[in-house]
Design a protein around this ligand. Sequence first.
Ligand SMILES: Cc1cc2nc3c(=O)[nH]c(=O)nc-3n(C[C@H](O)[C@H](O)[C@H](O)COP(=O)(O)O)c2cc1C
Length: 190
Amino acid sequence: MGKMSVDLAISARRARRVLSEEPIGSSIVDGLIEAMRLSPSCYNNQPWNVIVVRSPDALEAVKANLPRGNSWALSSPLVLAIISKAPDDCQLSDGRDYNLFDCGIAVGEMLLQATSLGIIAHPIAGYDPIATKKVLGVPEEYTLITLVICGHPGSDTSMLSEKQLEQEGQRPARKPVGQNFHEDLWGSGF
Ligand SMILES: Cc1cc2nc3c(=O)[nH]c(=O)nc-3n(C[C@H](O)[C@H](O)[C@H](O)COP(=O)(O)O)c2cc1C
């Protein structure tokens, strides 16, 4: 698949759950990594650590720690584990720790890159964080922020709940703009 414009990638990106088991080629993996490498961060701290999980053994160990609601992820050939700790990024005196923010930007850019390359990339929070950190050898002081479940689009919908099946076809609704965007003043609506 060719490259997309950014506005097309933004509208085409979806947290899809029907993945093929087909391996993802290394040039695509390199493209995902490059999107994260080039993303902005406070003081250029680049607080993300990423484990590219793609060997059969490592994938199996990670997948063993998913809840039933994320069974759709079992067919994935590539999982990106995003790991960080607050001291690796700006920590301002009023409590602003920027590591999660900067990892979020990097993942966001990578999701668009994946979309542009025709790959589903779906971040999840639903996994056993302690067990998953352990199988990946992540030191205790780090936070495993998300697993990004990747795959080529698939066709087997048997792992999806009814709700997930519905969401597959239709993007979950967003809040109306006036609810959380404001014009000039908090609470003014937009
Ligand atoms: C931090 C984060 C955690 C998520 N965790 C899960 C998850 O555990 N399981 C799942 O099926 N989807 C998960 N999602 C996907 C969201 O449900 C999805 O992005 C949202 O419903 C909007 O749908 P869309 O991305 O297709 O527009 C997660 C998304 C994010 C950003």
